[in-house]
Design a protein around this ligand. Structure first.
Ligand code: AMP
Length: 406
């Protein structure tokens, strides 16, 4: 079965074409600067060869058309006809309370997707544009939506209700939803596979540390709590987002700086976090470089980032009544031995016996605690696209069984 996975951002479109039977990727790439000057597409062919195409990509529909054109092209294509595509899996950021798992996009579900736009105004509109473009271009091919929020729909109510009037939850659906669900789901399952453990008996903490970062408490195979909330700004300190912050600070800044809702929104989402603290960059590689040279605020940024993760690990361990496995993933979690060490140091009392040597790992699955560590810490590279492809395959196979049995 060939499945095309699409991840549409506001100005970019990522894609991967999977051959599920062969467990391989036939083609992948991304369109950048959609609707801007200088738009282009980068393609990585099955052979590993990289190709760059320049062109005017005015909107998402043109971008999607471009992708389809390239993957069937004689010179750079991976398949000979669009008829070979069995299904398309779409990343959809916010599924609200309605979508608790991945779904086929039919007339009913698309209405609910449209209704959720307001919950993630930065992400959902682009996701929806990709879906509509694909429906127009490949009308006979099943389209599946896979949500970042769905995995966290198992959280108990005490984890997701905020300390605001309950009527506001009822009226506006303001509650914790959590994000990065496909990543948390993938890495906790992978960790259990590797460690030959039954997830239904384990208490696991997954740390997705990328430019956006979140942490999840997974108790007996279900999301129990997570650090991102109604929006992705809550929780850990991120590349450019504040993470947890006294709300009083926001209203105070608005007053003192005489700025409005939109500007303060940009401030907490785009100019805060590591970028705001260090004054260097939002990129941990660059911050680590400056920290090595002794730049104080770069050192402070890394310390604050790690300290916040450490505190959450403590909180979630208490919340679940223990922790068996801690998983690191995301660009920082997979690659930065420095950050992982800062998070795990002085945690022996916690059952974490860290192994500095094993921790010298980058981008590959590896246990980084000693053999006799009570709590196991493991690095697992994430693969959200694969989860989307797998969910899509499962749903399409179920549907074709239903059709056959009719
Ligand atoms: P992501 O959003 O998951 O792609 O992660 C991006 C983050 O991972 C950025 O802050 C990068 O600096 C960080 N990152 C990627 N590679 C490394 C590395 N080798 N060492 C430290 N941080 C890294």
């Amino acid at each position: 079965m060939k499945i095309l996975v699409l991840n549409c951002g506001s100005s970019s479109i990522k894609f991967e074409l999977f051959e599920m039977n062969m467990k391989g990727i036939l083609s992948k790439g991304r369109v950048e600067k959609v609707g801007m000057k200088g738009s282009f597409m980068r393609l990585q062919k099955k052979s590993g060869e990289l190709v760059k195409f320049e062109g005017e990509i005015l909107d998402h529909k043109i971008g999607v058309e471009y992708i389809l054109g390239v993957i069937i092209s004689e010179k750079h294509g991976a398949i000979s006809s669009l008829n070979e595509i069995d299904a398309v899996g779409h990343r959809y950021v916010h599924g609200g309370e309605y979508f608790k798992e991945s779904v086929i996009i039919d007339n009913k579900n698309i209405k609910y997707l449209e209704n959720n736009i307001e919950l993630a105004p930065l992400h959902n509109p682009a996701n929806l544009k990709g879906i509509i473009a694909m429906q127009t271009l490949l009308p006979k091919v099943p389209q599946i939506a896979v949500f970042d929020t769905a995995f966290h729909q198992t959280m108990p109510i005490k984890s997701y209700i905020y300390g605001i009037p309950y009527s506001l939850y009822k009226k506006h659906k303001i509650r914790r939803y959590g994000f990065h669900g496909t990543s948390h789901r993938y890495v906790y399952q992978k960790a259990c596979e590797r460690l030959k453990q039954n997830p239904e008996e384990k208490k696991i903490i997954t740390c997705h540390l990328g430019n956006g970062a979140s942490i999840a408490a997974i108790k007996y195979g279900k999301s129990y709590d997570t650090s991102m909330g109604f929006t992705p700004v809550e929780g850990l300190i991120m590349g450019t987002r504040t993470g947890d912050l006294d709300i009083g600070v926001v209203t105070y800044i608005m007053k003192k700086e005489e700025i409005g809702r939109a500007t303060v929104g940009t401030l907490i989402n785009k100019f805060s976090g590591l970028l705001g603290i260090t004054g260097v960059s939002s990129d941990v590689r660059e911050i680590e470089e400056k920290a090595k040279k002794g730049k104080k605020r770069a050192i402070l940024g890394l310390d604050m980032f790690a300290y916040r993760v450490k505190k959450y690990i403590g909180a979630y361990t208490a919340a679940m009544g223990g922790v068996d496995i801690v998983v690191f993933t995301g660009g920082i979690g997979e690659n930065s031995s420095l950050i992982r060490k800062k998070i795990c140091e002085e945690m022996e009392f916690f059952g974490i016996k860290f192994d500095d040597k094993k921790n010298e790992v980058r981008g590959k699955e590896q246990i980084i605690t000693a053999e006799d560590s009570k709590t196991i810490v493991i690095v697992v590279p994430t693969n959200e696209e694969l989860v989307i492809a797998q969910d899509t395959e499962i749903i399409v196979k179920k549907l074709s069984k239903l059709v056959k049995n009719k």
